[in-house]
Design a protein around this ligand. Structure first.
Ligand SMILES: [Zn+2]
Length: 336
């Protein structure tokens, strides 16, 4: 009872404007995430599965399949039972990309917004919309909480999203490389890329649920960079290449190294989260790099790999760790 009252109070505080000090707002009117035992009313699971399969992470196919966002349940329906919840920008920003051809993506109609948060270029993505607000186009500015579309169930998957499972698929992402489209053309020849730099391979997600909870816990003390740096590292990889785009894009994730500052940067050590997100990077001098191979796996956190096995970054061959195809692609793209 006490817990419920306490959670209810937090919900009220969040709804009352204290959230203005925090970078991200919930994208729909569904606030159940902050209510005691509200998860079941906040998340939509996959057909026949519990609500946890609507969370971010290794939540599908027995932990082997990655769900890169939150599936947020609708709370408003019309007389025919179709969802009509307004979908709102979760922070001020600009429209980066709109897909209004649902047949082109398993995300259906979707919109991507670009934000600047604590010095980070961050992207939020809103998918399965029944419609993107008419007139909205790439480059337009939107304010926090502004309506950008309507919650729906569009998708190009063979099995349609049923009426009762209508939801907003919501992501918070960092973008790997602005030259993704060129990289794709060169490396994935013959594979269609309808979405330019906003192809899923170029977006690395962070857990919005964990972020919302951390914001609620820390209030004004929340710092986006600190949140990213605190994510568990699954693999430490060193790459003999000084042209790490990520280090330029996200300097707040770069750790200082006096040796490299003195001798010059010859490569980078990357601390990769389970999904490949480089959460900490350290420049390395030539004198610190051992062996001659371009990429070396220094360490794999076996407990984290067991907990979150769906990233498909590394596997063990005999006694040593090797990058999987996805890991190789990611490293390649990070230095392209
Ligand atoms: Zn989803």
């Amino acid at each position: 009872m006490k817990v419920a009252a306490w959670c209810g109070l937090i919900g009220c505080l969040i709804g009352s404007g204290l959230s203005l000090a925090q970078p991200f707002q919930l994208p729909t009117a569904n606030r159940a995430l902050f209510e005691a035992c509200g998860e079941e009313r906040f998340f939509v699971g996959t057909a026949g599965r519990p609500w946890t399969s609507g969370e971010f992470g290794c939540v599908r196919s027995g932990g082997q399949q990655f769900h890169e966002g939150l599936d947020i349940r609708c709370v408003q329906r019309d007389r025919k039972g179709e969802s009509i919840d307004p979908v709102n920008a979760s922070a001020a920003g600009t429209v980066a990309y709109i897909n209004r051809k649902p047949g082109l993506s398993n995300y259906g109609n979707y919109i991507v917004l670009r934000h600047s948060v604590d010095g980070f270029e961050v992207y939020t993505l809103y998918a399965h919309l029944s419609e993107v607000r008419s007139g909205l186009k790439a480059g337009d500015r939107v304010s926090a909480g502004e309506r950008i579309g309507t919650l729906g169930r569009t998708s190009n998957t063979r099995q349609a999203i049923s009426k009762d499972r209508a939801h907003l698929h919501y992501e918070i992402n960092l973008v790997v490389n602005d030259r993704y489209a060129q990289w794709h053309q060169k490396h994935l020849t013959g594979m269609r890329n309808d979405h330019g730099n906003f192809n899923g391979r170029n977006l690395l997600g962070i857990d919005p649920e964990a972020l919302f909870r951390e914001q609620a816990r820390l209030g004004k003390g929340f710092d986006f960079g600190a949140f990213v740096r605190a994510q568990p590292v699954l693999a430490r990889v060193v790459v003999r290449d000084a042209s790490l785009i990520w280090a330029k894009r996200y300097p707040a994730l770069v750790q200082r190294n006096p040796v490299a500052e003195r001798e010059g940067v010859a490569g980078y050590e990357l601390g990769l989260a389970f999904n490949g997100l480089p959460v900490r990077v350290t420049p390395r001098a030539a004198s610190e790099l051992k062996g001659s191979s371009r990429v070396q796996i220094l360490e794999v956190n076996a407990a984290e790999l067991q907990r979150r096995p769906c990233g498909k970054l590394v596997f063990k061959r005999g006694q040593s760790w090797t990058l999987q195809a996805r890991g190789n692609d990611l490293i390649d793209l990070l230095f392209y």
